[in-house]
Design a binder for this molecule. Sequence first.
Ligand code: NAD
Length: 509
Amino acid sequence: EMLDLTLVAATDATLPAEPAEVRHLIAGEWRASADGATFDRRSPAHGVVVTRAAKGGVAETEAAIAAARQAFDDGRWSELSGKERATLLLRVADLIDRDRERIARVETLEAGKPIAQSRAEIEGAADLWRYAAALARTLSGDSHNSLGRDILGVVLKEPIGVAAIICPWNFPFLIVSQKLPFALAAGCAAVVKPSEMTPSTTVILGELLMEAGLPAGVCNIVLGFGDPVGALMTTDPRVDMVTFTGSTGVGKAIVAAAAPTLKKVSLELGGKNPQVIFPDADLDGAVDAIVFGVYFNAGECCNSGSRIIVHEDVAEEVTARVVALSRKVAFGDPLNEATKVGAIVSPEHQAKIDGYVKGAVAAGATVRLGGAALDVPGLGGQFYQPTVVAGVTPDMAIAREEVFGPVLSVLTFRTMEEAVSLTNAASYGLSAGVWSENVHTCLAFARAARAGTVWTNTWMDGFAELPFGGVKESGQGRELGRYGLEEFLEVKTVQMRIGRTRTPWVAAG
Ligand code: NAD
């Protein structure tokens, strides 16, 4: 059978001859692990080792936490003015812009995402550093001048302390930039753990922080795995909060691990995000957004539009048009400028994606496109075909669970009530979308959908100013916007009596 897809074969771009060696950043110094342990990362598109990273153990994690604690407590950063903190964050943003090409190439080699997309993400990340710099100068609490003439109440916002920042592999530089600049703007110190799949761009960020003049110990980076690095970051009493982006399973484990010390926990987890298409929708726009929503970042995206819920009257037309447009999406070598979709992050993850498709077929669904590994000429990594699965029913795993691959599930509806009920049937609640030319339809859906973000007649737009996060099992807390800063702040109430106006409790005589 002829595969009528758009493939981008291997470029002649040279791969690194030697893996890049990266180390921990602890108390302002670059350190190997005490026991010399390292781990390797292969480019998921090319199959060659591109990174050799120090593998953090208990010693490195404890040293990083101690450094952050000391840096926070002695006020070297937390007691600077908002202006001083903002000035440094702006300098970091400029350095990210300066090094965009270098960071983007490393991101593509470790994560498998297209180079043009990496570049856009690094540019977007610099914007987040600038936005956080602006927020650093808006930090303020409340004053209460209406409590009677004898009392002035002041509510202070203070940095929460030491923040543990644990990141996933799918948007390594962007996600650390949704957390770290906000933590730093608030005055916190941090211990950062990038994913073991994508350590290097966080290390580059550490280099830029040092170059910009961030005091030693304010941001520490430990490379390694959930066990023991991530686990210690979530249990150590010297850590005041954990902000985590990753899978729902690990998110739940982190809440349990943080419970004995009652740390604050912010979580950005998975999603099963639907786009609902009404018959009066602009179908050209909807079909393009469906294709973008499901294939962007190879579907390895918390915001993946992994299911569509289409009105029965247009279901066949929409499905056929999605299949036709899917064939035009350029899959292949992420180092090629023309590529829109790159590699799958690991062979294990590729097998998991395929398992969902095979399971759906066994349960009675129909594969309308793809449904198998994709062979890209000249490349040694793993790729998956653009895949459209129709005839999906709400009970199937593919309709409820996060596939995290380039796989679309098609479900149908007849009434608004049905569309809302299918939307809200998932245990996730990250994002949802609605397509209709009728503003009443869009608003009714937007208010009824249980999701942290609702898009109407668009998909996956994002702005530094707008908060992002999930409800239900998609997480707790918010990133970006003013709310993104609030996560790293604690509230202190100061009650000030004016004059000797306090009524004695005991008559002293
Ligand atoms: P993951 O949960 O496997 O790993 C995330 C991070 O947690 C990694 O750094 C890992 O080393 C660490 N970790 C693993 N076990 C740990 C433990 N017990 N304690 C502490 N840390 C531990 O997730 P992933 O596979 O890297 O990323 C994919 C997931 O992330 C998907 O489910 C996706 O939906 C989600 N995600 C969510 C958002 C969002 O904003 N909502 C964004 C991107 C990704």
